[in-house]
Write a protein that binds this ligand. Structure first.
Ligand code: SAM
Length: 315
């Protein structure tokens, strides 16, 4: 994966921070803290990208005192980035971070260690009690794992995979009573302001590409998840909207959020190239994208994407 993808994953952190549905997250936090304290709570995160969720859950005090957290992504460069950024953010949050082991399972292409583990404890200045977080960052396919987890996290992942296969694989990774937390699952809405008369056609073609051309995934994954989970016997505990809103303030985007919109525009342009449509000529399409790029560069473009956060208990 390219550096621009990692920049995008880092840039969307502040967008996700605002978007995450607090009611669903609070229920997830409460369910985690209700797990028995006899052993560390085991969390497996699938498609963890550059590790932003791990640090967020620590910073926002969402995790129980003793946690064993296995974060997996198939993209080695993203896991390498997580190996730098997760310790830095935990240290900034008042933790002492030590490596536990390195390369226990050898290396993947490019000599990147397949798996590394770190241990984070609150430093003396913090009141951490018996807090101990063991975090393993691993290059692996999310759907070729074995585990016995209390919770699986799949953030911004279930909209790009086969939903029914993914949810049954997640069920296999969970211990009895285990939880699946799937925040930022895309649910069929990409809008921009100011409005353009081609917006609806562009969005329809983008969704058509997601549904019919791309290998897996769905433009309506969020609401489909709410149907698929009960069909498979899951108990949906909480669900709520987590829309992304990126908007300039005085012509400037906060943090690096313009990079999020840039990545989405690039993804949309590539997708629409692959689905020519008689109602949407190539010239009109290019003019639409040129307009959006101009507005982004001028700090005039607002971008909104509709997502759902879902928390469910395994059958
Ligand atoms: C949209 S990104 C989301 C990343 C992260 N969860 C976040 O919200 O910032 C999707 C991530 O899933 C990873 N991914 C996709 N399919 C995967 C698979 N089968 N196994 C492991 N990782 C996968 C990609 O490499 C990418 O990092």
């Amino acid at each position: 994966m390219t550096n621009s993808m990692q920049r995008y994953l880092e840039a969307k952190r502040s967008v996700d921070d605002r978007a995450l549905n607090r009611r669903v997250l609070e229920r997830f936090t409460a369910e985690l803290s209700a797990r028995p304290e006899t052993k560390p709570v085991r969390i497996v995160e699938l498609g963890c990208g550059v590790g932003t969720m791990i640090a967020r859950l620590v910073e926002w005090n969402c995790l129980p005192a003793r946690v064993s957290y296995r974060a997996v992504d198939r993209d080695a460069a993203s896991i390498q980035r997580a190996r730098e950024s997760v310790p830095a953010r935990l240290q900034a949050a008042g933790y002492t971070v030590d490596p536990l082991e390195s390369g226990a399972d050898g290396t993947v292409e490019g000599g990147v260690p397949k798996s590394t583990t770190l241990v984070a404890r609150p430093d003396e200045t913090s009141d951490g009690g018996g807090t101990r977080l063991e975090i393993t960052l691993e290059v692996a396919d999310a759907f070729e794992l074995e585990d016995d987890a209390d919770a699986v996290i799949a953030a911004a992942l279930l909209d790009i995979v086969d939903l029914e296969d993914a949810t049954s694989e997640i069920a296999d990774l969970l211990a009895g009573d285990g939880l699946c937390y799937a925040p930022i699952t895309y649910d069929g809405g990409t809008t921009y302001a100011p409005r353009d008369r081609l917006d609806d056609r562009i969005e329809a073609q983008y969704h058509h590409h997601m549904d019919e051309v791309r290998d897996d995934g769905s433009s309506r994954a969020g609401s489909e998840l709410l149907a698929v989970l009960p069909q498979q016997g899951w108990n949906v505990l909480a669900a709520g909207g987590s829309d992304w809103i990126v908007r300039p303030r005085g012509g400037e985007y906060p943090d690096d959020e313009a990079a999020v919109v840039a990545q989405v525009l690039e993804t949309m342009a590539d997708a629409l190239e692959e689905v020519p449509s008689p109602e949407l000529g190539a010239d009109a399409r290019r003019r639409w994208f040129a307009r959006r790029w101009r507005e982004l560069e001028a700090g005039d473009l607002v971008y909104v994407a509709h997502n759902l956060d879902v928390l469910a208990r395994v059958p």
